[in-house]
Design a protein around this ligand. Structure first.
Ligand code: 2IP
Ligand code: CA
Length: 391
C-alpha cells in the first residue's frame, strides 16, 4: 500500500462520516431522535437509550468498514472511541456493524432503533452511498511511498465535540475561531506506526465549517509525516509563526499577543499565568483546538488535566508534525521548565500504540496522562517556558 492510497481512503471515509453527521442534523426524523432524551420507563427494553451514541458508532463503523474493504490487513488495527455493542435492559445485545448491502444494514439498524423503519432506511442509504475523495493532486508523487500494513494502527474519533453536535448552535467567529457551536465538531482519523507509536497520517474533517445558502459546507484538513515526507493540505494557507524572529518585524511591544487555546475547565492558576503574556482563548473540542493550531489561528493548545484521549489527538498530531510542530506531555514540559532547560527537542512526542497507564480500564486506558501541549513550532515551547518560568 502506498501513502497516497491510504490517504485518499481516509479523506473519503472521513467525508462519508461527515455526510452522516450532516444528514442526521438535516433530516427531521433523525434530528428528532438525536435531541430527545429518553427517561424512566422509555429506557426499558430499548437498545439505544440515546441516539447520539448510535450516531457516533455509525460514523466509527463506516470508517472501519470502508477501510477494511480497501485494506483487509488493517481490520484488527482500527480502534475507535465507542463500543459498538448495544445491550437492552433485558440483557439482549446487538453489535452494530455495517453489513454488505443497504437492506441488511437497514434490518440491523431497525433492531436498535425500536423498529423505526424510516430512520433505519435513511441511515442505511447514506452509509452505503459512494463518496469520491477530493483530489489530492500534484503532490501524489511525493506520496508514492510504500507503507507496511502490519505496522499500522488507526484511531478514530467519530464525532468529537458531541455535546456541540447535539446542541446544534451556530458559533460566532472571532479571529477565525468560534468559542462553541457546530463548527467545533470534527471527525478525526489518525494513523500511527505500531513500531514507534508515532502518528504518520491524519485527517481532521469539519462537517460544519460554514453555511452557504442555508446548508452547511464541510472542510477537510490532512497531513502526512513519514520518514522525510512532510506534506499537508494547509501549507500555503498557514499564517506566519508570530513567535519567530524577523528583522522586518515591528518592535516586540507592538506585536499582538500570540493566541493560546485552552479548555474552559482548565486550571485557574495556569490561566492567570498564561494571560499575562498570551491571548488566552477558551474554545470547545479537543480536535477543534488542535485544528486551530494547525491552521495558525493559535500558536498552541495547552491542557494540564487528563481529559483527552488518544483518538482526540492522533490525526491532528500527524498534521502538526507535517507542519513542524508537535504534541508533548504537559508534565514532561513542566519538568524541563522546572530544571531551567531552554531546549525542548528531547521531550518525546505523545505516542499512540500503548496505554500511558497500563492499570487503567475502559476508555481511561487511552487517556493522555499528564496533559498535553500541542504547538505549531519549537519556538513556541521556548516562549511558553519563559511565561511559565516567570510565574
Ligand atoms: C471531547 C470533546 C470535548 C473536550 C474533551 C474531548 O471529546 O472534544 O470538547 O473537552 O477533551 O475528549 P474541552 O472542550 O473542554 O477541551 P468527545 O466529544 O468526543 O467526547
Ligand atoms: Ca473526542
Amino acid at each position: 500500500m502506498k501513502i497516497h492510497d491510504l490517504l485518499r481512503a481516509l479523506i473519503s471515509v472521513s467525508e462519508k462520516g461527515a455526510n452522516i453527521a450532516r444528514i442526521i442534523r438535516s433530516e427531521s426524523s433523525l434530528l428528532e431522535l438525536l435531541v430527545q432524551e429518553k427517561k424512566g420507563n422509555q429506557k426499558n427494553e430499548r437498545f439505544v437509550q440515546d441516539f447520539k451514541t448510535l450516531a457516533d458508532v455509525l460514523v466509527q463503523e463506516v470508517v472501519r468498514y470502508d477501510l477494511k474493504e480497501k485494506f483487509p490487513g488493517l481490520v484488527d488495527s482500527i480502534c475507535g472511541e465507542e463500543s459498538n455493542k448495544f445491550t437492552n435492559t433485558l440483557g439482549d445485545s446487538v453489535i452494530v456493524q455495517i453489513q454488505d448491502t443497504p437492506e441488511l444494514t437497514k434490518r440491523l439498524l431497525c433492531q436498535v432503533l425500536d423498529d423505526n423503519e424510516t430512520a433505519a432506511s435513511v441511515l442505511a442509504d447514506v452509509i452505503h452511498r459512494e463518496v469520491v475523495a477530493k483530489e489530492i493532486g500534484v503532490i501524489d508523487d511525493q506520496l508514492a511511498v510504500d507503507l507496511q500494513v502490519d505496522d499500522l494502527g488507526v484511531w478514530i474519533d467519530p464525532i468529537d465535540s458531541t455535546a456541540q453536535y447535539i446542541q446544534g448552535d451556530v458559533g460566532c467567529e472571532m479571529d477565525g475561531l468560534v468559542k462553541e457551536g457546530l463548527q467545533c465538531v470534527a471527525v478525526l482519523i489518525g494513523v500511527y506506526l505500531k513500531s514507534s507509536g508515532l502518528p504518520i497520517m491524519g485527517v481532521i474533517n469539519q462537517p460544519f465549517c460554514r453555511v452557504v445558502n442555508d446548508s452547511w459546507i464541510g472542510s477537510t484538513t490532512w497531513g502526512v509525516c513519514f520518514r522525510d515526507v512532510r506534506v499537508n493540505s494547509l501549507t500555503s494557507q498557514t499564517q506566519p509563526d508570530s513567535t519567530s524572529s524577523n528583522s522586518q518585524s515591528p518592535a516586540t511591544e507592538d506585536l499582538p499577543k500570540p493566541t493560546i487555546l485552552i479548555s474552559s475547565s482548565e486550571d485557574q492558576h495556569i490561566q492567570e499565568v498564561l494571560s499575562k503574556k498570551l491571548n488566552v482563548r477558551h474554545v470547545t473540542g479537543a480536535g477543534y483546538k488542535l485544528l486551530g493550531v494547525c491552521m495558525g489561528r493559535a500558536v498552541a493548545y495547552l491542557l494540564t488535566k487528563n481529559t483527552n484521549f488518544k483518538w482526540d489527538c492522533c490525526g491532528p498530531h500527524a498534521v502538526l508534525l507535517s507542519l513542524g510542530g508537535g504534541i508533548v506531555k504537559y508534565e514532561d514540559f513542566e519538568d524541563c521548565v522546572a530544571f531551567g532547560q531552554t531546549s525542548f527537542q528531547s521531550i518525546p512526542q505523545i505516542k499512540y500504540h500503548k496505554p500511558d497507564d497500563s492499570t487503567a480500564r475502559g476508555a481511561k486506558k487511552w487517556m493522555n496522562v499528564g496533559g498535553i501541549i500541542a504547538y505549531s513550532s519549537e519556538n513556541v515551547l521556548t516562549q511558553l517556558a519563559e511565561v511559565l518560568q516567570k510565574s
